[in-house]
Design a protein around this ligand. Structure first.
Ligand SMILES: Nc1ncnc2c1ncn2[C@@H]1O[C@H](COP(=O)(O)OP(=O)(O)OP(=O)(O)O)[C@@H](O)[C@H]1O
Length: 207
């Protein structure tokens, strides 16, 4: 499967945020998107996730499962917010996401305990999400990537609030996903700790 962006441009309100963004990623490849605040990294991820329309250009998949020609339904989107309910336990949140997202064709997600263990938090699965520290909350958001299979991961500042060991753990999860033929696109200000990735530097426009 390949993910292609061809001459993409996007606007927020009246403002053109970026233009002429093109890339081509095969299964097993990652793209790290860098650039200053406001340069359009989150906007690009939202376009790829199908949450925002492109102003011009297109995003498409080649060679993916039949009937899927856009990455939106085959993607996990991890935004700045963790998208968990504070009042529900970690386990309840993960069960919700597992059922809501379901598996994409071609794979199956991990069990809850397995996913919580993979992010190093199996012991606190019974706690309300709101009780967790910021770093623990971000780890649980990563577990969401594991409980339902999606071949494409779109990650916005995935390692914000993470300590060094969680950074390494996250790099391991990404490496495993790539080894299994997944695609990862991550916007970040920090080095993510994995090698052999493509990069895209957003420059933004001055209005
Ligand atoms: N809903 C909106 N309406 C109008 N402008 C918006 C909207 N959302 C974002 N913008 C503008 O779009 C531009 C790009 O924002 P975006 O969040 O994509 O940048 P970013 O590179 O991800 O920034 P950061 O590194 O701070 O997360 C910014 O100038 C921002 O103010």
């Amino acid at each position: 499967m390949r993910l292609l962006a061809e001459g993409l441009s996007a606007r927020r309100g009246e403002d053109l945020i970026f233009k002429d963004i093109s890339f081509d990623l095969a299964g097993g490849e990652a793209l790290v998107v860098t650039g200053p605040n406001g340069s359009g990294k989150s906007t690009l991820l939202r376009v790829l996730a199908g949450l925002l329309g492109a102003d011009s250009g297109r995003v498409r998949l080649k060679g993916g499962p039949a009937g899927f020609d856009h990455p939106r339904e085959l993607s996990h989107y991890l935004g700045h917010r963790n998208a968990m309910k504070r009042e529900l336990t970690v386990e309840e949140n993960l069960i919700f996401w597992q059922r809501f997202l379901g598996d994409s064709p071609g794979g199956s997600g991990d069990g809850l305990v397995e996913a919580a263990t993979a992010v190093g938090l199996a012991d606190i699965i019974h706690l309300p999400f709101g009780y967790l520290s910021a770093g623990q909350q971000r780890r649980m958001a990563m577990a969401k990537l594991l409980v339902a299979y999606r071949p494409i991961w779109l990650l916005d500042e995935p390692t914000a609030a993470l300590d060094v060991s969680a950074d390494r753990l996250f790099a391991g999860l990404v490496a495993r996903h790539l080894e299994r033929g997944g695609i990862v696109i991550a916007a970040t200000h920090q080095a993510l700790g994995f090698t052999g990735v493509k990069s895209l530097e957003m420059t933004g426009f001055f209005h």
